[in-house]
Design a protein around this ligand. Structure first.
Ligand SMILES: Cc1cc2nc3c(=O)[nH]c(=O)nc-3n(C[C@H](O)[C@H](O)[C@H](O)COP(=O)(O)OP(=O)(O)OC[C@H]3O[C@@H](n4cnc5c(N)ncnc54)[C@H](O)[C@@H]3O)c2cc1C
Length: 298
């Protein structure tokens, strides 16, 4: 399996952006069957460069991350990025987990602090880590991994000092050894451009910054989702979503159109890749990629 820093490093000489898809470990056997037998095989038609698998997000089971990473690599021969958080882990436990990922052939880790499963403020585990930057430094010292970190174009929701303070902490993660940044989803590209320009021009961060994209599936779902992750829905978008509140099919089609326009502008502005929050579904992401000419039309 390839190192993601190498995949991103080669991007400039290629004609297309690096494409990646995020999956979460399904909670049910049915969900797992659909993901592995239908959704991932369909998404593979777009020839992604790598996929990522979340870790304990929304209370999901952690062992499942390792199992899903292993399965995707073995069955689909697709490079995989394993998310890893500091929640409820000592350093010794993280070291053991890193060994397990390495042993399965996964040498790409998205180093995250994580959030407590039941909500509330994050409390470091005794003998663990307080911030993702500490986890990055730990992984860097442990072995030859390619390390990604999370970036927040609107600033991290819990940082009371504002987005510039949060972006400074993001710079610390790159100084600690991160190779690339994947961003939280956002709906206003100007937030992303301001974030990217500040990191590159003011903070002199020179690792690839890959925007995270979601194609809205339904009005109610995206409101729930953004409440959880702290992303802002601009007023005009909210108004449109309100008008589609009772028509999920129309909301899905609108979501594809909105994400397509977002991606077109981001690509014009030279982003190195696109990271899609697929929600374990192929349809919308594939439709966006087809609109962009990055996947074969059916
Ligand atoms: C692409 C992506 C993937 C994700 N995947 C998952 C997942 O799989 N599982 C999951 O549980 N969650 C996931 N998350 C959510 C993430 O864990 C939360 O947003 C979490 O609250 C912050 O994690 P972080 O790694 O950015 O933390 P950090 O970088 O540690 O930042 C956390 C907060 O602390 C502040 N901070 C950082 N360093 C310092 C310092 N030295 N002093 C004071 N303040 C500081 C930051 O500004 C921020 O407010 C993901 C997020 C993104 C964008």
């Amino acid at each position: 399996m390839q190192l993601i820093r190498e995949i991103l490093g080669k991007q400039k000489s290629l004609e297309r952006p690096v494409l990646s898809f995020e999956f979460f470990p399904p909670k049910t056997v049915e969900g797992e069957k659909t993901l592995l037998e239908r959704q991932i095989p369909e998404l593979l038609s777009a020839k992604p460069d790598f996929c990522s698998v979340t870790y304990g997000a929304g209370g999901g089971t952690r062992e499942k991350t390792l199992a899903l990473v292993k399965f995707i690599q073995q069955k689909f021969k697709l490079t995989t990025l394993a998310h890893l958080t500091c929640v409820n882990h000592t350093q010794a436990e993280v070291a053991a987990l890193l060994d397990q990922f390495y042993f399965t052939g996964c040498r790409n880790i998205l180093a995250l602090r994580g959030d407590p499963p039941g909500g509330g403020s994050f409390q470091p585990t005794p003998g663990g880590f307080s911030y993702a930057s500490e986890l990055v430094a730990f992984i860097r010292a442990k072995g030859d991994f390619s390390i990604g970190v999370a970036g927040f174009p609107e600033g991290h929701v819990a940082n009371k000092h504002g987005k510039l303070a949060d972006w400074k902490h993001l710079q610390e993660k790159t100084a600690a050894g991160a190779d690339f940044i994947l961003t939280q989803l956002f709906f206003d590209n100007s937030d992303f451009f301001q974030f990217r320009d500040h990191l590159q021009n003011t903070l002199k961060v020179n690792v690839p910054i890959v925007p995270g994209i979601i194609s809205i599936q339904s009005a109610s779902q995206i409101v729930r989702f953004t409440q959880l992750c702290g992303a802002r829905i601009p007023a005009a978008l909210q108004k449109k979503l309100d008008s589609l509140a009772h028509d999920d099919e129309a909301a899905l089609a609108f979501g594809i159109e909105y994400a397509t326009l977002q991606c077109q502008e981001l690509l014009k502005q030279g982003v190195p890749g696109l990271h899609f929050y697929t929600l374990n579904k192929a349809h919308s992401t594939l439709a966006v990629l087809k609109n962009l000419g990055l996947a074969k039309p059916t």
